[in-house]
Structures are given as C-alpha cells and as structure tokens.
Write a protein that binds this ligand. Structure first.
Ligand code: AMP
Length: 189
C-alpha cells in the first residue's frame, strides 16, 4: 500500500459516518425510467472529505484481500476503481460495455428483465490464479457484478472480493454473487 492511505477504517462503518456519507447522496426519482430511485453519487464525489473517506474505507478493505488487480465496472466503477487501485499500489482492469475495448476481448452475456446485456474485458487483462477485487458504485439486482465475476473467472482470475459504495439490500443482489468471495458495501439501503 502506498502512503496516500492514511486512515484505518474498518467495516461496517459507524452509524454516524454512514449517515454523514448518506447526506451527500441524492435520490433522483424515476430516473432513468419510472419506478427507479437513482442514487446520484455526484454530490459525494464533489465533496473532498466524503470522497476521500469513501475511498479510504474501500481501499482499506480491498488491501486486506491482497488483490493483484482492481477490476472496475463501467461507468461509475471507473470513478472508484482506479483511485482505489492507485491507493493500494495495484493495477486497474476495466470491465466495459460491448465494443469499447480495442484489443482482443473476452465477453460474458447475461439476461436482463427484457433481453440481454454484455460485459467485455481484454483477453490478457488477468492471468490464471490472479487475485482480483471487483468494484462498482452500487449493487442492485447483482446482474452486472455477477457478470463481471463470471467474465474474470473465464480468464482464470481468482475473484476474492466484490465491493460497492452502496448496496440496495432489499433487492437481495448478493444472492447472485459468488459465495466464496468477500462481498462488501459501505452503505446499505
Ligand atoms: P444490477 O446489475 O441490477 O446490480 O445494477 C447495478 C448497476 O446498475 C450498477 O452499475 C449501478 O451503477 C446501476 N444501478 C442500478 N440501480 C441503480 C440505482 N438505483 N441508482 C444508481 N445506479 C443504479
């Protein structure tokens, strides 16, 4: 771990810290479609103390899992993942939407309520046995993170953890995630 990580923060966060971080998360009703309450993290990212605390807490947990890489899921996993990787002194691997990556890719298709979606990663992103922690901003139904996990495992990666800033616990998304990985989130709703 490099010297940028100063705070020793263990999970779960104290109720005070959890409430403090939640104060800078904005609910956007009916976005991107009716019935969804979108958790807008941009006010938290804009506030230096909140952003730093969230990154420190996630980085601390990630470093305990001793990954070789942090894999971030497009798009908001690209705000958190690289900063965490840099803090703990490991590399970053992007998991992207189809057609974005320039080199040979491995892909994993997954089923949505209507239709299918897909995630891609460079075929040489991880090697057999490499320890990987997946990071995304939010766990809802678990479809996206579960797909990223399956994709990295296709390459032989050893997914040791999957972390989020927010978990929408009432959707039980963690049931779709592997039992042998450490699933963690800073904030629960
Ligand atoms: P899921 O695959 O259902 O777990 O959805 C997780 C992905 O969708 C994450 O990449 C989130 O960024 C996004 N997402 C799903 N629901 C929400 C929500 N209520 N607020 C913000 N982002 C969401």
């Amino acid at each position: 771990m490099n010297t940028q990580t100063t705070a020793q923060i263990t999970l779960p966060l104290s109720p005070e810290k959890e409430n403090w971080l939640k104060e800078s998360i904005r609910d956007i009703v009916d976005f991107p479609k009716p019935g969804i309450i979108f958790k807008d993290l941009t006010p938290l990212f804009k506030e230096p103390a909140s952003f730093a605390y969230a990154l420190d807490a996630l980085a601390q947990k990630c470093s305990e899992l001793k990954p070789k890489y942090i894999a971030g899921i497009e798009a908001r996993g690209f705000i958190l993942g690289p900063a965490i990787a840099n803090k703990i002194g490991v590399g970053f691997v992007p998991v992207r939407k189809p057609g974005k990556l320039p080199y040979t890719v491995e892909r994993f298709e997954y089923t949505l309520e209507y239709g299918t979606d897909c995630v891609e990663v460079h075929a040489d992103a991880v090697e057999k046995g490499d320890r990987v922690v997946i990071i995304d901003d939010l766990l809802a139904t678990g479809g996206t993170a579960g797909a990223a996990d399956s994709l990295l495992k296709k390459l032989g990666g050893n997914v040791v953890g999957i972390g989020f800033l927010i978990e929408l616990s009432f959707l039980h998304g963690r049931n779709k995630l592997p039992k042998d990985a450490d699933i963690f989130a800073l904030l629960n709703y």
